[in-house]
Ligand binder design. Structure first.
Ligand SMILES: [Zn+2]
Ligand SMILES: [Zn+2]
Length: 290
């Protein structure tokens, strides 16, 4: 049966390293993983951080046969480390397609299997009985799961992709681990060009899931680490006229109370900019629709 809306469930919202704890129970401690259940019933998974473990269990419970497209933004631990714990990968009859940037030195398949070498993990990748294939992506437009997918590279150490999905005419942009540099007046500079590129890419998004890891003070200390101060994230989202901004890749040191206070300030900033944009914080276990 066809659903009318796309359901987006956050299984991992945290950046850098899992950070469980009583003070993080609202927004969650697992690293990046977002489930996108399309109206055509196809399944797209954005990143395979530790959140993918619980998603795997839910899928085995829910589906007779799991067919999923797993898009990796990049290959830092917090975006791939859950893959060996993704239970559907161990069952014959399931079909998984893993997609990510073509790396000049490391084939995607090796990136996946190397974290299951005996020095790191007790089970060999050859034990995975599901049909697993790999698709090394380049920039531009693609069609996956009968869905139009656009890709650009974002500002993060190494190669990191942002994905814009066109789901039944709705635009969903997943842009994590992106360091937005403050707007500058020199319109010819590389920084200005890159910012314009991001604004165009997110333009009119029905939902923008974006890195908002730091306060301004933290950003000053961690400049160049590839993450954004939330104020810049809000500015970019407003410039791009996104309809709903979801703050994502929460810092492992930020408690629920800290994220709540960010959100309050974000909403005030949005109001000041006279934008109708909605803003929320990605919350582990929560489903939203577009
Ligand atoms: Zn990350
Ligand atoms: Zn990263």
């Amino acid at each position: 049966m066809r659903n009318s809306k796309t359901a987006i469930t956050f299984w991992g919202t945290r950046g850098s390293i899992p950070s469980p704890g009583k003070d993080k129970s609202k927004y969650g401690g697992n690293t990046s993983c977002v489930e996108v259940k399309l109206p055509n019933n196809q399944l797209i998974i954005l990143d395979a951080g530790t959140g993918i473990r619980e998603l795997g269990k839910a899928l085995l419970h829910r589906e007779k046969e799991v067919r999923a497209y797993i898009f990796l933004s990049h290959y830092h631990w917090d975006h791939i480390q859950g893959l060996p714990y993704f239970a559907p990968a161990y069952n014959a009859g399931n079909t998984l397609t893993i997609l990510g940037a073509k790396h000049p030195k490391f084939p995607l398949e090796n990136i996946f299997s190397s974290q299951m070498e005996s020095i790191h993990f007790p089970v060999k990748s050859s034990s995975l009985s599901a049909h697993i294939s790999f698709n090394q992506l380049s920039l531009g437009n693609h069609c996956v799961a009968d869905t139009e997918v656009k890709i650009i590279r974002v500002n993060h150490p190494g190669i990191n992709f942002s994905y814009a999905l066109n789901v039944d005419g709705k635009k969903l942009v997943y842009m994590t681990d992106n360091e937005i540099l403050p707007r500058i007046t020199n319109a010819k500079s590389h920084i200005a060009y890159e910012r314009e590129k991001f604004v165009r890419f997110i333009q009119g998004a029905d939902m923008l899931i974006h890195d908002a890891q730091y306060t301004d003070r933290e950003y000053r200390i961690k400049k160049g680490w590839g993450h954004s101060a939330w104020k810049e994230t809000v500015k970019l989202a407003v410039e791009g006229e996104a309809k709903h901004l979801v703050l994502f890749h929460h810092d492992p040191d930020h408690s629920d109370a800290v994220i709540d206070s960010f959100l309050k300030e974000c909403r005030e900033q949005i109001k000041k900019q006279k934008s109708p944009m909605k803003c929320s914080g990605a919350m582990e276990g929560k489903t939203v629709t577009v």
